[in-house]
Design a protein around this ligand. Structure first.
Ligand SMILES: Nc1ncnc2c1ncn2[C@@H]1O[C@H](COP(=O)(O)OP(=O)(O)O)[C@@H](O)[C@H]1O
Ligand SMILES: [Mg+2]
Length: 275
């Protein structure tokens, strides 16, 4: 394992609630680089040249760079940072949806992810059919999912739309259904990416309550949110990510303070002094 001793930012570890046990999630030197291949709108000349060479333009995005942290059992981990920081990439990598470019991710337990809400949905199928598919994908049996379908529909508050194709849903209904599926799967590790921004105020309250309830039984929770108040209220550990780098791993209040200060001071000043 490459050591991180040369990194500028120490990443203090919060002590596990159950000392001695292995962490629920361990991330070591995680690096994710997106490579997008595209052809620039060709001029006639460049098109001719490229025909000969077969060259394409490759754009690399360093979405995560050498990120390491442990999530002890019982932890509710908040992840904050500006748009494009790499939060969703981190969640997708931990959930196993995205392969790391390098580094290691160890996960102990079944993950229920509420990532990019509705990404796994088939919009031609009904809500009920999507619930079944989602549940099976998360490792539940058919009988278990069918048994929970009503509770899922009720929590999502979608009424008779449960038996309508998803392409008839409003975006709020789709998001509520996705959230409801995720929280009804008895997850060991619950991952929520901006899910609270879906739905109205009433649903947000219900969702927050449900998440707190789940935390009682879940081994760990990841919460990505722009709502710093939610992070403060619901999490007991926090990561601040900026441009793919782990800036700080500390308690939520310390992270929120550092991040808000960073936003106020302005990126340039901070970058020059602290990065
Ligand atoms: N599928 C993708 N292909 C190429 N670049 C991507 C892809 N997904 C995200 N990115 C880029 O990676 C960076 C991190 O994105 P993301 O993880 O979505 O950040 P956040 O969730 O913090 O807003 C951004 O620069 C984004 O444009
Ligand atoms: Mg995101």
């Amino acid at each position: 394992m490459i050591s991180l001793s040369d990194s500028e930012q120490p990443t203090p570890q919060t002590p596990p609630k159950k000392p001695g046990g292995p962490p629920a999630v361990s991330v070591q030197n995680l690096t994710v680089t997106y490579r997008t291949t595209f052809e620039k709108v060709p001029t006639l000349r460049s098109a001719v040249v490229r025909l000969g060479s077969g060259k394409r333009t490759v754009k690399e995005v360093h979405a995560l760079q050498e990120v390491s942290f442990d999530v002890p059992v019982g932890t509710s981990l908040g992840v904050i940072g500006a748009n494009g920081a790499g939060k969703s990439t981190l969640m997708r990598a931990v959930a196993g949806i995205l392969a790391p470019s390098s580094g290691r991710i160890e996960v102990r337990g079944r993950i229920s992810s509420l990532l990019a809400l509705g990404v796994g949905f088939n919009y031609k199928l009904t809500g009920r059919e999507n619930v079944l598919l989602g549940g099976l994908a998360m490792g539940m049996t058919r009988a278990q999912v069918i048994e929970r379908a009503e509770a899922i529909a009720e929590f999502a508050d979608i009424g008779e739309f449960m038996d309508m194709p998803l392409n008839t849903y409003s975006s709020g209904m789709g998001a509520r259904l996705a959230f409801s599926i995720g929280v009804h799967m008895d997850p060991d590790i619950l991952m929520i990416d901006e899910a609270l921004s879906a739905g109205d105020a009433e649903f947000k309250v219900k969702a927050a309550k449900k998440m707190e309830e789940l935390m009682e039984s879940a081994r760990a929770m990841f919460l990505v949110s722009h709502s710093l108040a939610s992070i403060r209220d619901m999490c007991d550990d926090c990561l601040w990510i900026h441009k793919g780098k782990l800036m700080l791993h500390a308690d939520p209040q310390t992270c929120i303070d550092a991040y808000t200060k960073f936003l106020k001071v302005g990126e340039n000043a901070f970058t020059m002094e602290d990065m």
